[in-house]
Design a protein around this ligand. Structure first.
Ligand code: CDP
Length: 242
């Protein structure tokens, strides 16, 4: 049973921030924000803001972590101490270790790892501001930063969260909805490939609700994917002109 929310999560079909169930928060994104990184991106889903930096492909330290015939993707997801209302302890938590692992798995499916034997691709994800859905925002940011680094990929990966308030399926959970809703389901989608790379279901869902959640996630992913392509195109044009 979900904890009781301090305020109603759904009133006359509208959510706490005035959105409709199928409405995503505004998404903004920039690439090439950190000149010293090989690739970088700053992505916001509403008030959730994530900075991604990619270093590599490069020779890893320590060297023993390499694999002879392909690259290894290392991911560090971290919430900045100032990203939440209560100061978050900067030491890595079990939650951060788990999120790093699932993001790594989603990314490794799309990167052409075999093109970079014996090397690592390091992805750093720093949550600058947390208001729900940080892992899916991180996935979008990581994918953009990898593309900004020029790393060949089968597809871009888009992260979208869906959730449930009573029987209503909603898209893009904010913190209140995540903490007090009846279920959440972060999803990673390689949109052009039509692949689902991550689904982490929490709560009790009917099959029809999962289906509705996937539909909403793909609909949201379509817009975000288009946005990602535009931002990358702008970036490549600027590089070509330079
Ligand atoms: O962020 P995401 O939804 O992927 O993961 P979660 O573990 O379901 O966390 C939901 C939300 O709780 C986060 O997005 C943050 O807004 C908040 N949170 C927090 O304020 N402090 C933490 N140490 C962990 C999460």
């Amino acid at each position: 049973m979900a904890k009781q929310s301090p305020i109603p999560l759904l009133t006359d079909g509208k959510r706490v921030d005035g959105r409709l169930p199928e409405e995503h928060r505004p998404v903004t994104m920039q690439v090439g924000v950190l000149p010293n990184a090989n690739g970088s991106a700053l992505v916001a889903y509403g008030n959730t803001v994530v900075l991604a930096a990619v270093y590599g492909p490069r020779e890893p330290i320590p060297r023993y972590i390499t694999v002879p015939d392909k690259a290894v993707v290392r991911v560090r997801y971290h919430m900045a101490p100032f990203s939440t209302d209560d100061r978050k302890n900067p030491a890595p938590t079990r939650r951060e270790i788990e999120i790093s692992k699932v993001v790594k798995q989603a990314l490794e499916t799309v990167v052409f790892l075999e093109q970079y034997p014996k090397s690592t691709i390091d992805v750093f994800l720093e949550v600058l501001q947390a208001d729900g859905s940080t892992r899916v925002t991180s996935i979008t940011a990581a994918s953009l930063a990898l593309a900004d680094a020029g790393i060949p990929m089968r597809d871009l990966v888009v992260g979208v969260s869906v959730g449930k308030i009573n029987d209503t399926v909603i898209v893009d959970l904010n913190k209140l909805e995540d903490n007090y809703g009846d279920g959440d389901l972060p999803i990673a989608i390689a949109y052009r490939k039509n692949w689902v790379l991550l689904m982490q279901l929490d709560g009790v869902w009917k099959p029809s609700e999962v289906k509705r959640g996937l539909e909403l996630a793909f609909k949201a992913a379509e817009n975000i994917y288009r946005n990602m392509r535009e931002v990358l195109k702008g970036r490549y044009m600027a590089v070509i002109q330079q």
